[in-house]
Design a protein around this ligand. Structure first.
Ligand code: SF4
Ligand code: SF4
Length: 375
């Protein structure tokens, strides 16, 4: 059996749904697109992934010859409704940045080990443009919403590539948009108009970006009030532009088996609990699922405050009052915003009391702005 066939069979045996291979020639079109939109993507360009460098894989691995790319179908089981209202499916599926002891971390590790056993050198930490790689390998086509779609699955897929030093047999490209003529359901459904033209997303307006990239060490922790209002109850990711897509309906309407892990998580999950959570709750109930981007509990608390504000339910005022005493000023500030959004006499009184004892200027500003909305 050829080296290519051995690699592809092993990937399929590991549970990947599709596998393809392209030469490790670099992605000048990706570099150009990212450079042209430098302002929108500066958080990513300047970040540790160094995408402009990685887009030339040989600059990081001079021996690179081939890229093996895989599709993992993470929507084989159903997602509880209580969670999909708040958390994107890919994060529920625990695919991104999975630690080595979790199944989604084990799979790529086993793939790397097998490639090494076959005599390949395997690149480490090369952040490739995964959607473009998979399209060049014929595994996916694009949607106008920027997502990659695999035949027979849809866009609820996770792509992983492996750079190796061996010449292999290469697949044919499907770099194209395969949406029905005239469809723009994703662009119409996006609450923030983040998809400003087909295949073009402004991440700064995207709810998903705002739930997890707005951290001090990445893009700053402020979420603009205009975006907060449109986040609804999303606390980690957003699937709206994929949910409305006709190319996903077969999977979304299929009767899928329950995911027992997610059912258990859903049982214990509530926004108010997240808002006022202890370190123990964070470590045992949040991190085992949402370990990918957000590394500090205060960002989940901020997102929970926004979601509770958008729910507008007076029953959540007392939890937001508790959050106004949180040691993190980020949490206090967004709890103030949420109280202003909910409104009512009790919320106003809590804001006024906290204004007189608050020491943080940024929280005081949030409280004053919240009170102004209540006049
Ligand atoms: S993920 Fe949500 S906010 Fe982002 S583009 Fe899609 S619908 Fe819009
Ligand atoms: S909603 Fe329509 S335009 Fe958007 S990705 Fe799906 S098929 Fe394409």
């Amino acid at each position: 059996m050829s080296l290519t066939s051995q690699i592809k069979e092993f990937a399929l045996d590991l549970g990947y749904s599709k596998v393809g291979i392209i030469p490790a020639d670099g992605f000048p079109e990706y570099r150009a697109d990212l450079s042209n939109r430098h302002e929108m993507y500066s958080f990513y360009i300047k970040g540790p992934a160094r995408p402009l460098v990685a887009a030339e894989p040989r600059s990081l691995m001079p021996t690179a010859r081939s890229i093996i790319t895989t599709v993992y179908d993470y929507s084989q089981k159903s997602f509880p409704k209580e969670l999909t209202e708040k958390i994107g499916r890919v994060y529920q599926a625990r695919c991104y940045n999975a630690p080595p002891e979790r199944i989604n971390g084990v799979r790529p590790q086993l793939m790397r080990e097998y490639l090494r056993k076959l005599g390949c050198e395997v690149g480490e930490n090369i952040s490739l443009p995964e959607r473009l790689v998979a399209a060049k390998a014929g595994l996916v086509t694009y949607g106008r919403n920027n997502f990659a779609y695999a035949d027979g699955i849809g866009s609820f897929i996770y792509l992983t590539s492996f750079v190796v030093d061996k010449e292999l047999e290469y697949d044919s490209s499907t770099v194209e948009v395969s949406c029905p003529d005239g469809c723009s359901a994703c662009m119409k459904a996006c609450p923030t108009q983040a998809i400003y033209e087909p295949l073009k997303l402004d991440p700064r307006r995207c709810i998903a970006f705002n739930t997890f990239m707005t951290q001090d060490r990445i893009a700053g922790s402020r979420i603009e009030p205009e975006i907060r209002e449109k986040m609804g109850t999303k606390i980690h990711g957003c699937d709206i532009c994929q949910e409305v897509c006709p190319r996903n309906q077969a999977r979304l309407t299929a009767k899928l088996p329950d995911d027992e892990f997610l059912l258990k998580v859903a049982q214990d999950f509530s926004l108010s609990q997240m808002l006022t959570m202890t370190d123990e709750f964070y470590a045992t109930r949040i991190q085992p699922m949402m370990y990918n981007y957000i590394k500090e509990k205060k960002y989940f608390q901020r997102n929970a405050a926004i979601a509770l504000g958008n729910l507008g339910d007076l029953a959540n005022v007392s939890d937001l009052a508790t959050a106004m005493k949180d040691p993190e000023e980020l949490v206090r500030g967004y709890a103030a915003w949420a109280l202003g959004k909910i409104g009512g006499r009790s919320a106003k009184q809590i804001l006024e009391e906290n204004l007189s004892r608050e020491t943080s200027e940024s929280v005081k500003t949030e409280i004053r702005e919240a009170l102004l909305k209540m006049i």
